[in-house]
Structure formats: structure tokens, C-alpha cells
Design a protein around this ligand. Structure first.
Ligand SMILES: Cc1cc2nc3c(=O)[nH]c(=O)nc-3n(C[C@H](O)[C@H](O)[C@H](O)COP(=O)(O)O)c2cc1C
Length: 311
């Protein structure tokens, strides 16, 4: 890689971060101890979604395995803003990498409250807005609609100088239009993709298996969708992109970077391999070194041909 990597003003050691809600750094530290801090798998940590009020999440079962991935209907359980500030933030602030807090609200004022609260905290390097939430006034899923997204951004943008990353849902007719609207209303970056809506049938009864009936599909099953949307969004916006969806190895990360992403997030793969972030970053570095060597070799060959042509 040429020169240090900087994303929204944050210098990062490598381009691999985690997908929100897929790596519990607090639980991982309990299991792996301080060794986790010395060899943290990601160059920045994205926390799971925080809402103003505490949420219990969806009724079980909450996970359904599919051939190439997972359907989850976790339902964003969290301690709420006060609980997060009191309990999670002090622990996450000890991580050796910048902290990006993911927030969600169902009204403009709720999101504004979250943004203002985290704006005051030096421990927080950036905010990610999870727009996969219905607007209680219009009933529209905010992130599926360019107008709703622009309106929300216009409301919260003036409330923080911290980088705002807008997380895009693939469950929109035109996610690139939503990305463009977010950029024009002041987003510093976009991240994509969140999960795709899906369901699994109970093999015994044929009824929906998940407690919430449906959930979000992730993992290798959505990789091609993610890559396709990153290509599309990269053609429409100039802000940096965090690409994610089904990344399992360095090759998948390289594909998303090649499509226009600046960072790549590892999500579902971390459930299978908690050190996946480190592995993907290492595999990516090897691929990039090989590519550089290949490019240098091609340049040397071209020079040799040109020189021999002149002789
Ligand atoms: C169990 C689980 C929980 C998730 N929780 C959140 C969340 O709290 N907030 C959010 O914005 N995305 C959440 N996501 C979406 C992921 O961050 C990511 O966008 C998606 O899973 C696609 O990446 P992947 O295929 O690598 O998992 C969750 C995904 C999974 C599988």
C-alpha cells in the first residue's frame, strides 16, 4: 500500500474494520484477556447500534443458518444511551483503535439526541448512522428513501463536527441515489451493505422459524450483492466508502477495494473465526504486495521492450 491510510481524517493501520453488531469487543476481551488489545483484529472498532431507550431485542429464535450465511433477527438489543455511556463506552475507550459509534433512532430528534451526546465525547472518533429504521411519522424505512435520508442528515449534520458515516441498506430500490442524497446533505462517508431482508422456514412446520418471522441475511450469500452495490455507489459519490457483505478472506476485501471502497468491514465471518479481521488484513497485504510486484515486473518488461526497440 502506498503511504499511510487515512479515513475521514483518522489514520488507520490497515483497511479492515468490523461490521456493526458482529464483534462484541467487551465479551471478546473477557474471553481473550488483554491479548486482544495487543493484537486487535480491526483498525477501527464499530460498536453495535445504540438507541436512545434500552431495547430488549426480538423474541427467540434469533438466528437461522442458510447455505452460505446467516439470517438474524437480533432486533438491536442494547442498554440505551445512558447505559452505553455509563457501561460500554468506558470499556470500548480502552481499545487500541479509534471507536466509531453506530446509532439509530426513529425520529429526527432521537437521532439528534444521540449525535449530540456522542459529539461531546472525546473517546468517540466518528459516528455511523444506521438508517434501517422506520420513521414513526411517515412509516417509511429512512434508509430506503433519498428524501428521508437527506432530511435526517440535514437535521443532524449541524450537531457534530465528527465524521458522519451513513450506513446504507440494500433493501432500497436505488441505494446509490440514497448514497448521493446522504453525501449532498453532509455525510462524510457511506458504508454498505446492511443485511438483506429474508426469512427461513421451520423444517418441522413450514412456518417462519425466527421469532420475529423475518430477519436480515448476511455472509457469503450477499457478497455479490454487496460488490455490485459498491461498484454502483462508487460511480455516484465522491465520499469514501466502507464496503461490507460476505467478506471471508483477503480476496473478497481486495474485490471491494477494487470496486471503490476505502475500508472493508468483516461481519458474519467473525462468528466463525474471531480473529478473521487480522487474517483478512494479512491476506490482503500479501495480495497487495504481489500485485505491486507484478506491476513493477510489468513496468520493467515494458521498459526493456522500449529500450530494445530503441537500440
Ligand atoms: C448478528 C448480526 C448483528 C448485526 N447487528 C447490526 C447492528 O447492530 N447495526 C448495524 O448497523 N448492522 C448490524 N449488522 C449488519 C452488519 O454490520 C453488516 O452490515 C452485514 O452483516 C453484512 O456484512 P457480513 O455479510 O460480512 O456480515 C448485524 C449483522 C449480523 C449478522
Amino acid at each position: 500500500m502506498s503511504g499511510p491510510l487515512v479515513f475521514c481524517g483518522l489514520p488507520l493501520a490497515h483497511p479492515i474494520v468490523n461490521g456493526s453488531g458482529t464483534f462484541d469487543a467487551i465479551a471478546a476481551r473477557r474471553v481473550f484477556g488483554d491479548a486482544l488489545l495487543e493484537d486487535f483484529p480491526f483498525s477501527a472498532f464499530v460498536s453495535k447500534t445504540v438507541t436512545v431507550e434500552p431495547r430488549r431485542g426480538n423474541p427467540p429464535p434469533r438466528l437461522y443458518e442458510v447455505a452460505a450465511g446467516l439470517i438474524n433477527s437480533i432486533g438491536l438489543p442494547n442498554k440505551g444511551l445512558d447505559g452505553y455511556l455509563a457501561h460500554d463506552l468506558p470499556e470500548l475507550a480502552r481499545l487500541p483503535v479509534p471507536l466509531i459509534v453506530n446509532v439509530m433512532g426513529s425520529t429526527h430528534d432521537e437521532v439528534a439526541r444521540l449525535v449530540e451526546a456522542f459529539d461531546e465525547r472525546d473517546e468517540v472518533a466518528a459516528l455511523e448512522l444506521n438508517l434501517s429504521c422506520p420513521n414513526v411519522k411517515t412509516g417509511l424505512l429512512i434508509g430506503t428513501d433519498a428524501g428521508e435520508t437527506a432530511a435526517l442528515l440535514s437535521h443532524v449534520r449541524p450537531r457534530t463536527a465528527k465524521p458522519l458515516i451513513v450506513k446504507l441498506t440494500p433493501n432500497a430500490t436505488d441505494p446509490a441515489a440514497v448514497a448521493l442524497a446522504a453525501q449532498e446533505a453532509g455525510a462524510d462517508a457511506v458504508s454498505l451493505i446492511n443485511t438483506l431482508r429474508g426469512a427461513g422456514a421451520d423444517p418441522r412446520t413450514g412456518a417462519p422459524f425466527l421469532g420475529a418471522r423475518s430477519g436480515g441475511v448476511s455472509g457469503p450469500a450477499v457478497r455479490a450483492v454487496a460488490l455490485g452495490l459498491v461498484y454502483e455507489v462508487a460511480r455516484r459519490v465522491r465520499v469514501p466508502i466502507v464496503g461490507m457483505g460476505g467478506v471471508q478472506g483477503g480476496r473478497d476485501a481486495a474485490d471491494l477495494l477494487g470496486a471503490g471502497a476505502t475500508l472493508v468491514a468483516v461481519g458474519t465471518e467473525s462468528f466463525r473465526d474471531p480473529r478473521a479481521g487480522t487474517r483478512v488484513a494479512r491476506e490482503l497485504a500479501v495480495l497487495e504486495a504481489n500485485n505491486l510486484q507484478t506491476a513493477a515486473f510489468r513496468r520493467a518488461c515494458r521498459r526493456a521492450v522500449l529500450t530494445s526497440g530503441r537500440a
